[in-house]
Design a protein around this ligand. Structure first.
Ligand SMILES: C[S@@+](CC[C@H](N)C(=O)[O-])C[C@H]1O[C@@H](n2cnc3c(N)ncnc32)[C@H](O)[C@@H]1O
Length: 388
């Protein structure tokens, strides 16, 4: 997988930039990358221009990404038990593998969430006729088109703001959306939603497009957080995240939250341990990322994929199990790490919720649930929440 990454990345970039609009052949206009540069009150370089290519704000440029990865890997490999945060699965290869996961027969969440969105997108657009759609952890933004279509039909949508750690997938998706939705501007944000929420476009720390005269908000924002990604955060981190998001909201803004629901553990485990081995490759990809970006020498064949249901915490855990005693040298950190045979390292939790539990967590963060929908089988939920 490591050796395939550069080629995959190049191919992805090629398709991302092909046929882009605007003066720059890439169609991508860089915004200043320092967060404080996106806080300008005037339009200046902070606004995006409809039809002129996507604008990009980078909170995680190469140096920040490297420092953040290095800190997480050092902390995770020296912890007991070891643990790596799931955000580092997602380089271009990881995002491609996740995209393949979403099409697997065992992986029901994407299909179910798509069904809930398809059935309710018009209601969502009526309840929150947003001028800006922000998508956290946007990935390929495929399902998001249902929301974009509904908001465009409502006649109000002006811009789309995808926000993700994986710049390559983010820019490719942003370009594709820009081409498909003429007249809608796309402002991509490369960032970590655990650290950079204060710089969301339209927030006090973000850009200026929302600030109307006399403090009246001219922009109304719908923040979509789909795919069950919030389940990757531990309960205390979820609380911090939701409160931070609530702090950015003004009246009229809303959160659309996609969450996977508790169900038969056998189905849950199968969804994270598919027979084709795609989830296993996705899990090991975090080691490829560390090998490439931190000059490490993890042997991917030395780690087996594990998916287990934890009923106490109501989450699926993905782990990597060392199949033998081994060591890996993470040269960029000056760290040699040793694994015993069968030692396991956690790489992801994926929490499964109840409808009441979601409402309670939102309420604790100052967000009131205005609507909640599930698919007919009750597998997946979408919750629309507004400042309480
Ligand atoms: C489970 S995928 C979901 C993708 C898409 N939203 C969907 O519903 O199919 C998680 C996405 O969130 C992104 N992501 C994970 N952790 C992140 C973080 N801390 N900050 C920003 N993006 C993150 C990943 O790059 C990936 O695109």
């Amino acid at each position: 997988m490591t050796s395939r990454t550069p080629a995959t990345a190049r191919e992805a970039r090629g398709s991302a930039f092909a046929g882009a609009t605007g003066g720059d052949p890439s169609g991508i206009r860089d915004e200043p990358t320092r967060p404080k540069d996106t806080t300008a009150n005037g339009s200046g370089s902070g606004g995006s221009v409809p039809g002129a290519g996507i604008t990009v704000t980078r909170h995680l440029a190469a140096a920040e990404r490297h420092a953040s990865l290095a800190a997480d890997v050092r902390a995770g490999l020296t912890a007991n038990p070891r643990e790596l945060p799931p955000k580092w699965f997602y380089d271009a290869t990881g995002s491609l593998l996740f995209d393949r996961i979403t099409r697997l027969p065992e992986y029901y969440p994407t299909r179910r969430e798509h069904a809930v969105l398809a059935a309710n997108a018009a209601r969502i657009a009526t309840a929150c006729p947003a001028t800006t759609l922000i998508e956290l952890g946007s990935g390929t933004s495929e399902k998001t088109r249902l929301l974009l279509d509904a908001l465009r039909k409502a006649g109000v949508l002006r811009r789309f703001v995808p926000f993700d750690v994986d710049e390559e997938t983010l820019l490719r998706a942003g370009q594709e959306i820009l081409r498909s939705y003429p007249g809608i501007s796309v402002h991509a944000v490369v960032g970590d939603f655990e650290r950079h929420l204060a710089f969301l476009p339209g927030s006090a720390g973000g850009d200026s497009e929302s600030a109307g005269a006399g403090g009246v908000a001219a922009d109304r924002r719908l923040v979509a957080f789909l795919g069950g990604t919030i389940g990757n955060l531990r309960p205390e981190t979820r609380g911090t995240f939701l409160r931070a998001l609530r702090d950015q909201f003004r009246d009229g803004d809303a959160l659309l939250l996609g969450t996977d629901l508790v169900k038969d553990p056998a189905r849950l485990v199968a969804a994270y341990d598919d027979s084709a081995g795609v989830t296993a490759a996705f899990n090991r990809n975090v080691l490829s990322v560390i090998n490439r970006e931190l000059d490490a020498d993890f042997d991917l064949r030395g780690f087996a994929h594990v998916a287990a249901w934890d009923p106490e915490n109501s989450w699926i855990e993905m782990r990597l199990r060392s199949v033998r005693e081994q060591e890996a040298n993470v040269r960029a950190l000056g760290l040699v790490t040793r694994f015993g045979a069968d030692e396991q390292m956690r790489t992801e939790i994926s929490t499964k919720f109840t409808l009441e539990g979601i409402r309670a967590e939102l309420a604790a963060a100052g967000l009131g649930t205005s609507a909640q929908w599930t698919d007919p089988d009750g597998d997946f939920a979408l919750t629309l929440a507004v400042p309480a």
